[in-house]
Design a protein around this ligand. Sequence first.
Ligand code: IPM
Ligand code: MG
Length: 359
Amino acid sequence: MTSKTQTLLLLPGDGIGPEVTEEACRVANHVAPDLQIETAFFGGVSYDHFGTPLTDEVMSRAKQADAILMGAVGGPKWDGVPRDKRPEAALLRIRKELDVYANLRPAFCFPALAGASALKTELVEGLDIMIVRELTSGVYFGQPKHIETLPNGERRGVDTQSYTTGEIRRVAARAFELARGRKRDSKFAGVLSCEKSNVMDSGLLWREEVTKLHAEQYSDVKLDHMLADAAAMHLVKAPKDINVLLADNLFGDILSDEASMLTGSIGMLPSASLGEPGVPGLYEPVHGSAPDIAGKGIANPIAAILSLEMVMRWSLGRPDIADSIFAAVGKALEDGARTADLGGSMSTRQMADAILKHL
Ligand code: IPM
Ligand code: MG
């Protein structure tokens, strides 16, 4: 590890974002007091101040940082704002400009929460899935993309799904590498690649390229393919069959929300978005800004705190600190610490304190 000061750019964002990232920040100050933390506006709050959800200044600070930790963006307040100025546009821009194409979304069921899952306890006990979602291409970015008015007066919305071989191969490589470090003996013990190759050309290309790359470089890893709709079903039927689930941007978005409910609450899930070596990683809870509970101090800070855990592991080269954060979350849950989303009554602060107690 270098002796250079490492910087974390904190983008609290909107809704519950500031509340949960504040707790992640307290944990960071405790476990890594040398880490330099800077804060900036991002999302709706940036739009309110500067008329844009992401200023060029913040974008360039993001590129300089070692890692970026985001809270959440968006809310009904910005519903009427044009799409290119909406809080979500900031998220898409920062992902695209950093080119953080591999979005890691672990769905891990802490033993203490097995009973809180929407599924039967025995289906989720020991669950540990890593979803690898392609993040910077596909239908969210493809052109053309617009709403047009047809000659007959009808309107038509157009989005374009598109993937190149390079875009598929680089994210698939990440999934294979992750699977190498996660040995399992379950049914889909290596990478389970999901697409709709039965109806989509981009899906067919996806399957072909993943298969080729596997044969060329990763034949030691087990590879299975599944249609994305069937994978949605399998996730609730026998989720423990799955180890690393690889999917494109759209299917990965949907399947990761589904997987989050297996773990007890979407308030538990962190994510890491990674690009090529040297590019700062972008970390964020999978949950949204939850406007309905914002400002009440009752949001679950665990997804944000586990996002910090991923910062330590994937960007800052501090796996020992990451391990201790992860263990502390597990112990707090064993102690019975529960926020409202987990059926308890603890505040955001109290949950963080319950975790800090073990650090
Ligand atoms: C996510 C979110 C975002 C996405 C939205 C807010 C743009 O759903 O990170 O999963 O679709 O990627
Ligand atoms: Mg989503």
